[in-house]
Design a binder for this molecule. Structure first.
Ligand code: SF4
Length: 328
């Protein structure tokens, strides 16, 4: 039977499934590119308006000096990347940035701190930031490293909407990228966040020298979580001089699009974010990512410490594509 004769039910899942096997995910990666993108676009249309893009802004509220050793990260203290360690920003400074993000059209304001895990006194300050940003009418997201169940509950009581904690890659490749914590540590924090009733933002990074089987393993792990992350950021590695991953052979952009498409098919009701790496990505590749089901971007000139396309450039691209920001 040709692909065109297959039953429509095979072109996407009506309901999110949580029993994806690696073989099934590998079969999706192996589809001819037009077929894969077509199925992803169908899954996208079943759950979202494909012309709408969710807009988030990301602010680094505590930069650099991190004790972890993530091989992609310019904020790890042990790599000489020119990033200067800074203290936690003041509440007023964060709220000023949040107001500017709201004025520029952001729906969600994400705050990132370079910690292994937050100390309780730091958490008090972050909770005040969450309350303040929420009072401006923005959705809130923070990424602070590993959390205990009690810390996750505190953040929930402050009104936190999303917690970002990426799985980064496959369980097998994880030890090549990070040695200061385990995959299970990540899953435990994700469990604590879920248990507290906070929405989960969880994805990974590609282009780190991993094999396709690692991209398969990463998506299969995400897609078989008991509840799919509401937000799935897919990042293209931004190579930063001084980090161990600087100088890796870049990933074929079409393999990046494939990863987005498979994320869309396997987690059809999640928002899939075309995340870091857009600065060096052609507008045509970004357009293919939207066609393959990406429906969120980070907006603003900087992503924590690495460059991101300016707001005007993003608005011009959305205009060219006849797309628009998702209503809040
Ligand atoms: S990714 Fe996060 S945890 Fe890892 S080194 Fe960077 S700031 Fe630290």
């Amino acid at each position: 039977m040709s692909l065109a004769q297959e039953s429509p039910a095979r072109f996407g899942e009506a309901m999110p499934r949580h029993d994806w096997t690696r073989e099934q995910v590998a079969d999706l990666f192996a589809l001819p590119f037009p077929e894969l993108v077509f199925r992803a676009a169908q899954a996208h249309r079943r759950n979202f308006d494909p012309t709408e893009v969710q807009i988030s802004t990301l602010l680094s509220i505590k930069t650099g000096g991190c004790p972890e050793d993530c091989a992609y990260c310019p904020q790890a203290a042990q790599y000489d990347t020119g990033v200067t360690a800074e203290k936690l920003m003041s509440l007023e400074a964060v709220l000023a940035e949040a107001r500017a993000a709201r004025a520029a059209g952001a729906q969600r304001f994400c705050m990132g701190a370079a910690w292994r895990s937050p100390k309780d006194r730091d958490l008090d300050q972050v909770c005040a930031m969450v309350e303040g940003v929420k009072a401006l009418g923005l959705e809130t997201c923070v990424t602070l490293g590993m959390l205990t169940g009690a810390q996750a509950k505190r953040l929930k009581s402050a009104g936190l909407d999303y917690y970002n904690h990426n799985l980064d890659t496959s369980p097998e490749y994880y030890g090549e990228i990070i040695t200061t914590r385990t995959y299970q540590d990540r899953l435990d924090t994700l469990g604590a966040v879920r248990e507290a009733g906070i929405h989960v933002c969880c994805g990974g990074i590609v282009g780190m020298g991993e094999k396709e089987e690692d991209r398969i393993g990463m998506i299969a792990t995400l897609a078989s979580l008991p509840v799919h992350p509401e937000s799935v950021p897919i990042n293209m590695l931004v190579q930063v001089e001084g980090t161990p991953l600087a100088g890796r052979a870049p990933l074929d952009p079409l393999d990046f699009v494939r990863t987005i498409a498979v994320a869309r098919i396997t987690m059809p009701a999640s928002v899939v974010r075309l995340s870091a790496g857009r600065e060096d990505m052609s507008e045509e590749t970004q357009a293919l990512c939207f066609l393959a089901g990406a429906n969120s971007i980070f907006y603003g000139p900087k992503l924590l410490t690495t460059p991101n396309p300016g707001r005007d450039r993003d608005m011009a691209l959305l205009d060219r594509l006849g797309m628009r920001p998702m209503e809040g």
